[in-house]
Design a protein around this ligand. Structure first.
Ligand code: PGA
Length: 258
């Protein structure tokens, strides 16, 4: 059975003291959550603090973004090798907030994904449609473009490390999650596209997360779906109790699915 992956994206929240406290609680709880993979994704400022707090546990660390060059005169940016050096195993790429506020495109997502893979990081590549696109019946078309262009040029072996997060933009931070059926439709669509391009092995191993208003109460029903392998959690990851409960519910959902 594939283990569920739960990634907590803290976005632009938490002081060092708050980050340390939250990460310590998650690390302590993780001992009873050995059937799930947990990742904490703090702001860059708290990476070292969180790294210390999760040391010795199975919890992994991730960055929220990177720049595609490995080093150089790029004030304000952080590279994949720097994230790796800071203890990261994962990095979020192309989050819809970055697409919306910071001009991220499928082309920049592609360059960043390749930079992450070069440095040995697992990219969590975010895709998802806006409400307008969904209402116009263009969800699959949008997601297809995002995965085709965002993952362009990747080889079969790269796909073993790529995580895809389907996050409908209208569900992020709104309290309105996609229904399990809506999410499963898109997850299945993504997995089929991976199968067409990289074959059955890559498709069945691919980790496809759902994101958008994930909370303890909706995790079980989402994770019971065949093609939903975990969750990228925003708001509900800022509190240890709810993030840990999400992990428990995810484990339950996955077992139910077998
Ligand atoms: P949310 O955010 O859980 O607060 O909706 C999800 C995300 O942006 O990854």
């Amino acid at each position: 059975m594939k283990r569920p992956l739960l990634a907590g994206n803290w976005k632009m929240h938490l002081t060092l003291a708050e980050a340390r406290a939250l990460a310590s609680l998650v690390a302590a709880a993780s001992r009873e959550l050995s059937e799930a993979d947990l990742v904490l994704i703090p702001p860059f400022t708290a990476l070292a603090e969180v790294r210390g707090a999760i040391a010795g546990s199975a919890v992994a660390l991730g960055g929220q973004d990177l720049f595609w060059e490995d080093k150089g005169a790029f004030t304000g940016e952080v590279s994949a090798p720097l994230l790796k050096d800071a203890g990261c195993d994962y990095v979020v790429i192309g989050h819809s907030e970055r697409r919306l506020h910071f001009g991220e495109t499928d082309a920049s997502v592609n360059r960043k994904t390749k930079a992450a893979l070069r440095a040995g990081l697992a990219p969590i590549v975010c895709v998802g449609e806006t409400l307008e696109e969904r209402e116009a019946g263009r969800t699959m078309e949008r997601v297809l473009t995002q995965i085709r262009d965002g993952l362009d040029g990747l080889g079969r072996e790269d796909m073993d490390r790529v995580v895809i997060a389907y996050e409908p933009v209208w569900a992020i931070g709104t309290g309105r999650n996609a229904t399990p059926d809506q999410a499963e439709d898109v997850h299945r669509f993504i997995r089929r596209r991976i199968e067409e391009k990289y074959g059955n092995g890559a498709a069945s191993c691919a980790i496809i997360l759902y994101g958008g208003s994930v909370k303890p109460a909706n995790t079980y029903s989402l994770l019971k779906e065949k093609d939903i392998d975990g969750a990228l959690v925003g708001g509900a990851s800022l509190e240890a109790g709810s993030f840990v409960e999400i992990a428990r519910e995810a484990i339950k959902g996955r077992k139910e699915r077998q």
